[in-house]
Design a binder for this molecule. Structure first.
Ligand code: ATP
Ligand code: MG
Length: 394
C-alpha cells in the first residue's frame, strides 16, 4: 500500500500575503530534514503539503519522526493513496486503518471532494465508506459528535487518500522566517531550552560557546555539541563557534574584584558576541537567563549585561520557573545531557559572594584595569567552527 505524509501548516496560515514565502521556507525545511532518507516529492496544494516518497523502502517512520520536529506545522498525518474508485477507497480504509479501528469503539467518516468529476458527493462517500467499515468491524458504532477516530477520505485531482487520526505538529513558525540569531550556549539546562524556544519563533541559530581550557575539559565542550545536536533536530543545522576564553578569565581573576567576576565575565562574553554576530550575520543574541535565578540574573545584573550589548538580547526563559524549564528540557531530550557534571567556564571562577546589585559605573571602573580590546580581538580571531546537525544531502 502506498503511503504519504500530509502536513498542515500552522500559524503561517495567518500571515496573509507572506503566506507563500513562509510556506516555501517550510517546504525547504522539510526537504532538508528528510533529504538523507531518500527521494521525496514535496508539494503544496489547497493548504496541505504532500510529502510523497518516490522510491521503495524509504523509512517513512523515521520521516514522520523528523517531520514531527519541524516548526511551522500545526498537525500532520500519514495517509494511504488509492485509486479514485469507491470500492478501492473502502477496502483501503478497512485495511490501512485496521489497527486503529480495532482498538476504538466509535468513528465517523469525513469526506472532501475537490475533484468535482468524481461521481459521488462528499455525503455519499461518507455513507458508503461508513457502511463498509460498520460491516467489516461490527464492534464499531458511528458517533458524529465525539468519535474516537475520524476516518478522512479525500478525493483530489491527482488521487484519493485515506487517513485516520491526525497528530500534533511542533507548532511555531518555520526556522529562517524570522532571521538569524546567536545563542550563547553553556552546558547547563537553560540555554539549550532558550535556543529551542527561539528557533520555534522562526530564528535560524548559530551558537557561541566560551571555553576555558585547561580549566574546562574537552569533554565539557563535547557535552555542548551533544546538546546542540538535540536542539538541531528542531532547529535544523547549527554552526557552533567555540571561543577561547582562558586568557580573559585569568585577566579578570587577576585584576578585578572577586564579587564582580561573574558580571564582568558575562559582559566580556557579550562584547565578543557583538563582534562575532556581525561577522556571522546574526542580528540578535539569545541567552538562557531567568529573572532572579542566580546572582548574575537580577535586574541590576541584567542591566549591566545589556549595557554591553549592541544587539537585542532575547531571553525567552526570563519569566519561567526552573520546573517549567526542566519540563521543556525533558521534552526536547536535553535534560539528561545537561545534568552530566562537567565544569563550565562560569563555574570555574565563581565568586564566593557575587554582587547581586552591581552598579554599571563601578563595574566599568573595575573593568578599566584591563586593556580588553586586544584580548577580545584575539578571541574573535581564534574561534573554531563545528557544524552540528547538518545531515542534509541535497
Ligand atoms: P545554563 O543552564 O544555560 O548554563 P544557568 O542558569 O547555569 O544557565 P548562567 O551559568 O548564569 O546560568 O548563565 C546564564 C546564561 O549565560 C546562559 O543561559 C547562557 O546563555 C550564557 N552562558 C553561560 N555560560 C556560557 C558559556 N560558557 N558559553 C556561552 N554562553 C554562556
Ligand atoms: Mg550555566
Amino acid at each position: 500500500m502506498k503511503e504519504i505524509i500530509l502536513v498542515k501548516d500552522g500559524e503561517i496560515a495567518l500571515k496573509g500575503l507572506n503566506r507563500r514565502t513562509f510556506e516555501d521556507i517550510l517546504i525547504k525545511n522539510i526537504r532538508h530534514r528528510i533529504a538523507d532518507l531518500g527521494p521525496f516529492e514535496i508539494r503544496s496544494a489547497q493548504s496541505t503539503i504532500y510529502v510523497t516518497p518516490l522510491s521503495e523502502g524509504i523509512d517513512l517512520e523515521e520521516a514522520v519522526e523528523r517531520i514531527r520536529k519541524v516548526f511551522g506545522i500545526a498537525c500532520f498525518s500519514r495517509a494511504c493513496v488509492t485509486e479514485k474508485d469507491m470500492d478501492a477507497i473502502n477496502r483501503a480504509a478497512a485495511e490501512y486503518l485496521a489497527e486503529e479501528l480495532e482498538s476504538v469503539s466509535t468513528f465517523k467518516v469525513e469526506a472532501k471532494r475537490s475533484d468535482k468529476k468524481f461521481p459521488f458527493r462528499s455525503p455519499d462517500i461518507c455513507m458508503q465508506t461508513g457502511g463498509y467499515l460498520l460491516e467489516k468491524y461490527p464492534h464499531l458504532t458511528v458517533d458524529v459528535h465525539h468519535p474516537d477516530v475520524v476516518v478522512t477520505v479525500e478525493v483530489r485531482d491527482f488521487g484519493a487518500y485515506v487517513r485516520g487520526g491526525v497528530q500534533p505538529g511542533a507548532g511555531g513558525i518555520p526556522v529562517g522566517s524570522s532571521g538569524h540569531a546567536a545563542v550563547l550556549i553553556s552546558g547547563g539546562i537553560d540555554s539549550p531550552v532558550a535556543a529551542y524556544m527561539m528557533a520555534k519563533r522562526g530564528l535560524r541559530l548559530t551558537a557561541f560557546h566560551f571555553a576555558s581550557p585547561p580549566y574546562t575539559s574537552e569533554r565539557a565542550e563535547q557535552k555542548v555539541c551533544e546538546l546542540l545536536e538535540k536542539v538541531s533536530e528542531y532547529s535544523g543545522g547549527i554552526r557552533m563557534l567555540t571561543v577561547p576564553f582562558t586568557k580573559i578569565q585569568e585577566q579578570i581573576r587577576e585584576h578585578c574584584p572577586e564579587e564582580l567576576f561573574t558580571i564582568i565575565m558575562r559582559r566580556v562574553m557579550v562584547k565578543i558576541s557583538n563582534r562575532l554576530a556581525q561577522k556571522f550575520a546574526c542580528t540578535a543574541l539569545i541567552t538562557g537567563e531567568s529573572l532572579g535565578q542566580v546572582a548574575s540574573q537580577t535586574i541590576h545584573a541584567i542591566a549591566c549585561t545589556d549595557a554591553a550589548a549592541e544587539l537585542p538580547v532575547f531571553r525567552p526563559l526570563i519569566g519561567m520557573d526552573k520546573d517549567e524549564i526542566i519540563a521543556i528540557s525533558r521534552k526536547i531530550d536535553t535534560f539528561d545531557i545537561s545534568i552530566q557534571p562537567y565544569e563550565d567556564c562560569c563555574t570555574v571562577f565563581t565568586p564566593r559572594h557575587p554582587r547581586t546589585k552591581p552598579v554599571l559605573k563601578f563595574v566599568e571602573q573595575a573593568e578599566s584595569k584591563v586593556d580588553w580590546e586586544p584580548l577580545i580581538e584575539e578571541a574573535v580571531e581564534n574561534v573554531s567552527l563545528t557544524k552540528i546537525g547538518y545531515r542534509e544531502k541535497l
